[in-house]
Design a binder for this molecule. Structure first.
Ligand SMILES: Nc1ncnc2c1ncn2[C@@H]1O[C@H](COP(=O)(O)OP(=O)(O)O)[C@@H](O)[C@H]1O
Ligand SMILES: [Mg+2]
Length: 212
């Protein structure tokens, strides 16, 4: 499903990814761990075609995310570590997502409800004015409402309150079962029994890759 082939990337002389190779099969679920600055987010953004590798390449179901961006990204639902500073209201954003992904707005709101996001009262509010936790709840709702084959979550629970974490855990176990999953987290217990593989990075390299 995802092939990362010997990818290297430097930013201003600092090696951030060093010959990273990783294959993720259809339906495979993995936890990506590693200290702050290990290169986890950069690797995810590389899969999304947001960075051009200095060396090596990425393929998503055979598509290059740099050259066939739309086709490659249609397969991926992504929750970023840092929510983007979107100026759209919740209503506009959800409408945009529904149009571009071919899903009903109602479906997004259903997941937002399940994540305990008070969306009805905030329809006219600008996304970037929401609290960190509220942004994360909506981004999770959008990701889960899309019928993408790959789910990628970059520390998605960092801003969630305990009750929303429980909701998210239940939704993930219900809706991620038949999908490929890359889950970045420092807490292994969040995805216990869900992921079957742990990949650990350190200083831009994969230092551990094992089935559990
Ligand atoms: N766009 C960028 N420009 C310059 N340096 C970057 C950029 N993105 C990430 N880095 C650097 O790359 C390293 C790895 O970052 P990141 O992938 O975010 O780590 P992690 O997600 O594992 O904490 C860090 O030292 C970070 O400062
Ligand atoms: Mg990160």
């Amino acid at each position: 499903m995802i092939e990362i082939d010997c990818v290297s990337k430097s930013f201003g002389g600092q090696k951030v990814l060093e010959e990273v190779s990783l294959g993720i099969a259809k339906g495979e679920k993995l936890l990506l761990m590693g200290q702050n600055g290990a290169g986890k987010t950069t690797l995810m953004r590389m899969i999304l075609g947001e960075y051009r590798p200095d060396k090596g390449g990425v393929k998503i179901d055979g598509c290059d995310p740099l050259r066939e961006r739309q086709k490659a990204l249609a397969q991926i639902a992504f929750v970023p570590q840092m929510p983007p500073p979107l100026k759209l209201t919740l209503e506009e954003l959800t409408y945009y997502v529904s149009q571009s992904c071919g899903i009903e707005s109602e479906r997004v709101w259903k997941f937002a409800e399940a994540m305990e996001l008070e969306w009805k009262q905030n329809l006219k509010k600008t996304f970037f004015k929401l609290s960190g936790g509220m942004k994360q709840k909506l981004l999770i709702a959008i990701a889960l409402s899309r019928d993408a084959q790959v789910l990628m979550f970059d520390e998605p629970t960092a801003n969630l309150d305990p009750s929303a974490r429980i909701r998210f855990d239940a939704l993930l176990r219900e809706f991620a079962m038949d999908k490929s999953l890359i889950f970045i987290s420092h807490r292994i217990q969040e995805v216990e029994g869900l992921v079957e593989r742990i990949v650990e990075m350190d200083l831009g390299k994969v230092v551990r890759d094992e089935k559990i």
